[in-house]
Design a protein around this ligand. Structure first.
Ligand code: PMP
Ligand code: GLU
Length: 394
């Protein structure tokens, strides 16, 4: 009875809920394989842990500036220069408690009641909820499977209304693993510039790309696009630091300054030792980042073939991130389930495999499988799914 209407309307994060449920079942003794978690299974590289630990012994245990330690901002600035050729000043960077919190703070700062934010589907589960919490209205453009789950410039043009304030792009994408090419981003960017729409570019999976594809940030395509883009990134996925909660936003000075003011009344600052860890993550060797990427790619290549061999399951080959997003509608129907949500529940309860139903990502015919777990467990999980489908569809 004391809950606000705003929060009453909130759908909790399905990705985190499935992860928690799988952990709970495992702790209760069930032989559950969790493919729900969107986090690398490797521990954070040693040199990062050591740097954070050392920083605490050296007395860095106090508040930091709300927008983050200047030394960390410097490392982030160097990273942008090195990876994207982008130049930012430290007034154009804010460090937050994870990329999720950077996005949350951004929407609070730029959205007024009733502003529309375009979210291409399939989308990461937190985008619509964060937009709504800031008084905004999510409007969706369908990135159909036939167009690699991506949206086109003409779709974008059609979806724009006078209330459209921003668009969220996420490349490589969670949950599909798809990436926009530079040409596609040019076309989308031209529409955003024409209609003065803020581009929120979530690049958290930038370091996890397979095959020959190259990451392109829309902000690197022109100075005009850079000025109208807020890049979101962080060390959670690249350096296997999900629990450390360090992410950041880069872009327009006024927006970043407003975000920093808001942070000064909410978090005060991201945890200081985690910031020291992030400094080590960016200033130290990037070998571990590449080793993890290679391990993910190897798993993907092995598991992908096994997955698409299952009757009623089809899947686009992801280009990045660490998720497979197969269409399982036919398998679910053949097994006697009216929808994929029920199929996913049965997978957990009867086959002991936890996956995230696509409905939470705006794609109800799909499920999301994270391959950020050991190859052995992945192979076992896909075998369980295969025998479940075979048994049920008889
Ligand atoms: N964006 C996307 C697309 C994600 O998958 C995640 C993972 N949680 C985040 C942002 C947030 O990352 P962080 O752990 O840094 O909050
Ligand atoms: N981003 C990850 C996922 O999609 C972590 C969980 C979350 O923050 O939603 O599973």
């Amino acid at each position: 009875m004391f809950i606000s209407k705003r929060v009453e309307a909130l759908t909790p994060s399905s990705t985190l809920a499935i992860t928690a449920k799988a952990k709970e079942l495992k702790a209760a003794g069930y032989d559950v394989i969790g493919l729900g978690a969107g986090e690398p299974d490797f521990n954070t590289p040693d040199h990062i842990i050591e740097a954070a630990s050392k920083s605490m012994y050296e007395g860095h245990t106090k508040y930091t500036p709300s927008g983050g330690l200047p030394a960390l901002k410097e490392e982030i600035i160097k990273k942008f220069k090195h990876d994207q050729g982008l130049t930012y000043s430290n007034h154009e960077i804010i460090v937050c408690s994870g990329a999720k919190h950077a996005l949350y703070t951004l929407f609070q700062v730029v959205l007024n009641e009733g502003d529309e934010v375009i979210i291409p589907t399939p989308y990461w589960v937190s985008y619509p909820e964060q937009v709504k919490l800031a008084g905004g209205i999510p409007t969706y453009i369908v990135g159909a499977e036939a167009q690699q789950f991506k949206i086109t410039a003409s779709q974008l043009k059609e979806a724009i209304t006078e209330k459209t304030k921003a668009i969220i792009l996420n490349s490589p994408s969670n949950p599909t693993g798809m990436m926009y090419t530079a040409d596609e981003l040019h076309e989308l960017g031209a529409v955003c510039l024409e209609h003065n729409i803020l581009i929120v570019s979530d690049e958290i999976y930038e370091k996890l790309i397979y095959g020959d594809d190259k990451h392109v940030s829309i902000a690197e395509l022109s100075p005009e696009l850079k000025a109208q883009t807020i890049i979101i990134n962080g060390v959670s996925k690249s350096h296997s630091m999900t629990g450390w909660r360090i992410g950041y936003a880069a872009g327009d000075k006024q927006i970043i300054s407003a975000m920093t003011d808001l942070a000064s009344h909410s978090t005060s600052n991201p945890a200081v030792m985690a910031q020291y860890g992030a400094i080590a993550a960016y200033s130290g060797s990037q070998e571990a980042v590449e080793e993890m990427r290679i391990a993910f790619e190897k798993r993907l290549n092995i598991i992908y073939d096994k997955l698409i061999a299952i009757d009623g399951i089809s899947c686009l080959m992801p280009q990045g991130a660490f998720y497979l997003f197969p269409n399982v509608k036919n398998a679910a129907t053949a097994c006697g389930y009216g929808n994929v949500d029920d199929f996913s529940t049965a997978l957990l309860e009867e086959a002991n495999v936890a996956v995230v139903p696509g409905s939470g990502f705006g794609a109800p015919d799909n499920i999301r499988l994270s391959y950020a777990t050991s190859l052995e467990l992945l192979e076992e999980a896909v075998e369980r799914i295969a025998s479940f489908v075979e048994k049920k569809s008889k």
